[in-house]
Every structure is written in structure tokens, then in C-alpha cells.
Design a binder for this molecule. Sequence first.
Ligand code: PGA
Length: 248
Amino acid sequence: MRKLIAGNWKMNGSLAANAALLQAMLDGLGGKTPAADMALCAPAPYLAQLQSLLQGSAIAWGAQDVSSHEQGAYTGEVSVAMLKELGCRYAIVGHSERRQYHGETDALVAAKAQRALAGGVTPIVCVGETLAERDAGETERVVKRQLAAVIHAVAHCTSEIVVAYEPVWAIGTGKTASPEQAQQVHAVLRAQLAAATEHPERVHILYGGSMNAANAASLLAQPDIDGGLIGGASLKAADFLQIVASAA
Ligand code: PGA
């Protein structure tokens, strides 16, 4: 399977900075087919800009969240139909920052994943343990509980989701899970997917958490690491392109 390298810009950017960053990435690709599938997940107000600048290129784009509701009186929410209209292929759901700062529960994340799929947008479902949970030996239990909620909701569409394992203690901290630590959890997730879908090998399981140009190759070399979800390093064209090249 081709690997998938997805950027998560988080709450960063401006029209001018985005235009420069996207141009630098497109120039870096030089019209060639990249070594991995690429996507960038931007703040909602910039999705129209990504649509106009990335249309027809090798870089897909997506959102960082999506409403669990279809439409209507939900002030501040963005629907999957709106994302679809802006050409989004992906929507991140259940990022640890949303679970942590916005009180998103497993049930809400599952509803968002289900809504995204129903609207034709691929959810990138994030799971991951905190440092306290890892230290307590609960990593497996936590990630399986988080993924189980989504599998239960999307049922026979499980093979259409993307999963991202993002240990919370590795996000934005410069502390990456070792390739062996990450692979161990990815294998657990793959086995869980195998019980829910006939083709668990078709599901991309991305690693995220301080993945960068220097450590990407060793992580991506693991058998069950099918790509990366990249925060900080997706804001620098050269670093992001280097990570993509590492997938070769
Ligand atoms: P990071 O973020 O690469 O900056 O650690 C990853 C993420 O939160 O998706």
C-alpha cells in the first residue's frame, strides 16, 4: 500500500503564509509524483484557499474536525457537506487536543467519524494514550477502547477509515515514540481492525507525535506504520517534503 503523509496545521497560518507554504511544497514536488500520498489538514477558513491552490496537484486537503450533525441550528459547527463542497478528502476526528480541551468523548468522536463517512469524507481517527496511562500500563486498553467506539459506529465501513496513533506525550513535545514502541501499538490496532473488517491491511494506520525529517524513515520502515500525521513539521515545506520522500 502507498503510504499516506498528512499534515495537521492546527490553529496556524494566514492567507499569505499559506500561499507561500503551498507554493514552496508544489515547487518542491516539481510536478513529479511524490513517494507517498499527501494531504494537508487546514483550519476551516482556509479550505477554500487550499481548494483553489491545490486542485489538480498531488496534494489532497482536509479539515481538522467535522460536526457530528448533518445541518441546522449548531452555531459554530462545520458540516461534512460543507467540507465536501470545498473538495476535502479527509477530516481529522478525535485529535487528542479536541478530546482534551473540548471535552470530546469516544461516543462523539465515533459519531463524527460516521457522519464524515456518510458524507463522503474519509475520517482520520486519532487514538492515543497520555503519559500517565502509558506509565500505568494502560496504553493498549485506552487505544482499543477509543478505536472500538468508532468501529462500532461505522461497522461495515471500517476498512474506509484512516487511523492515526498519536501518543499524547509525543505530540508537540519533541519526544517521539521509538519505532518499536509505535509498531507495537500499531500491531494491536491492526489486530483489532482484523476482527472488524476482512481487509485490515487496506486501512492506513498513521503514526503521529513529533515525527520529523530526521526520524520519519525509521518509523515508516515499521511493518504496520502506513504513514504519518505531522503537526509542526507540516508547517515547513522542506521538512514535510523530506518526510514524504522518506516513505519511499
Ligand atoms: P506534532 O503534532 O507533529 O507537532 O507532534 C502531531 C499531531 O498533533 O497531529
